[in-house]
Design a protein around this ligand. Sequence first.
Ligand SMILES: Nc1ncnc2c1ncn2[C@@H]1O[C@H](COP(=O)(O)OP(=O)(O)O)[C@@H](O)[C@H]1O
Ligand SMILES: [Mg+2]
Length: 263
Amino acid sequence: MSLLQLCNVSKEYRLRSKKRRLLKPCSTFKAIKQVNLSLEKGECVGLIGESGSGKSTLARLIMKLEPLTSGEIFLEEQAVSGRQLKDLVLYKRIQLVLQDSSTALHPKMKVKDCLLEPIKNFFPSEKEKWDEMLARVVELVELDFTYLTRFPHQLSGGQKQRVCIAKALAVQPDVIIFDESIASLDYDSQVSIIKMLKTIQVKEQLSYLFITHDLQSSRELCNRVAVMYEGEIVEMFDQWDVNQLKHPYTRSLVETLNVNVIR
Ligand SMILES: Nc1ncnc2c1ncn2[C@@H]1O[C@H](COP(=O)(O)OP(=O)(O)O)[C@@H](O)[C@H]1O
Ligand SMILES: [Mg+2]
């Protein structure tokens, strides 16, 4: 079985109507439709699609932040959606890195304390190793140790996002979901963080679900790419060749990318 497996996952939201009558059932919006997706150990799967296609919803479902409407999500043999998998066990194995590092970091906590928080929470009985664990993640995200005594507002956007990635790594998860994690950074920061993520992934044998609307970054990082369109995965590919793509939406996306690459 795959490390992470989504089987016929669907999510419907109830839409509230002002004119709703008591006996009339409220209408629903299908944000995720029968999605099947797997992630193997040490693999990076890209999830691309336009805004509103359901990417973040899927991430929230995997993180158990919202209940599924139907389907099942397995982490190895265990059902994520079931009660048997406690949230703490899930977060020990899957971490989520969001786009906005400012809200993810407490403004009054120094970088060192931000990073020690997950270490203390997840490894309470290994106090003698806390400093070593801290040094490990700081080195992995290539952050200078002098930044440990700084507050988030004293860091650049790229440095803050490195701290968020280090927080996720501190838990020593198997899977990290990046939801547009580098989207708001400048081009140079994006390039260096993608390079760093690749190095970390190989070194630590991590699995990534890399959500983005930017094809170029998924091309650099991902082994396979799933394309979401209106809540469905319409295509899965591992070759960046327009001629091998089936769905018109993917073809138009990749054609745009090829034009940009030639330029
Ligand atoms: N809590 C909610 N209630 C109703 N609709 C929602 C809710 N959350 C997301 N949606 C809708 O689900 C669709 C997918 O949203 P989202 O997963 O955020 O897309 P993406 O991350 O691909 O931009 C959107 O149309 C959005 O409006
Ligand atoms: Mg989103």
